[in-house]
Design a protein around this ligand. Structure first.
Ligand code: ZN
Ligand code: ZN
Ligand code: ZN
Ligand code: ZN
Length: 130
């Protein structure tokens, strides 16, 4: 019998980031799944909302089966440099508060980890003011 985790890993791989699918999971009409983040990335990079594997359209509804699978898997926080690991459902909650989560500056186009926002703000928006 195949190793259950190996089956999960293969079934749960996103063709765009080659990582584990992260909810919300988007499905194309032929059943290929990508993370919602990756779906948005395709849209921004290639200006298309079609599936990278089959060029099919994505379905508007998310995929609860793969999302449930993710919640019960051991995963790690998606943000670079963060060492937090745990079950998907806990990690999803952690990612919303992760100090390394990607944020966007409200005053310019800067994007980066949340911990750097205050220093970015100080160097770029506070000191500039006369
Ligand atoms: Zn992905
Ligand atoms: Zn597809
Ligand atoms: Zn984290
Ligand atoms: Zn800024």
């Amino acid at each position: 019998m195949a190793n259950l985790e190996a089956v999960f890993a293969e079934d749960m791989q996103c063709p765009v980031c080659l990582d584990i699918l992260r909810p919300p999971v988007r499905l194309c009409q032929n059943g290929h799944a990508t993370c919602d983040d990756c779906h948005n990335k395709i849209d921004r990079t290639w200006h298309t909302t079609r599936c990278p594997l089959c060029r099919g359209d994505f379905r508007p509804d998310p995929c609860p089966v793969k999302e449930q699978l993710y919640y019960s898997m051991k995963v790690s926080c998606k943000f670079d440099g963060c060492k937090v690991k745990g079950y998907g459902r806990e990690v999803v909650r952690h990612e919303r508060r992760c100090i390394l989560r990607e944020v966007r500056c409200s005053k310019c186009v800067w994007e980066g980890p949340h911990v750097w926002l205050p220093s970015h703000h100080f160097t770029n928006h506070v000191r500039m003011k006369k």
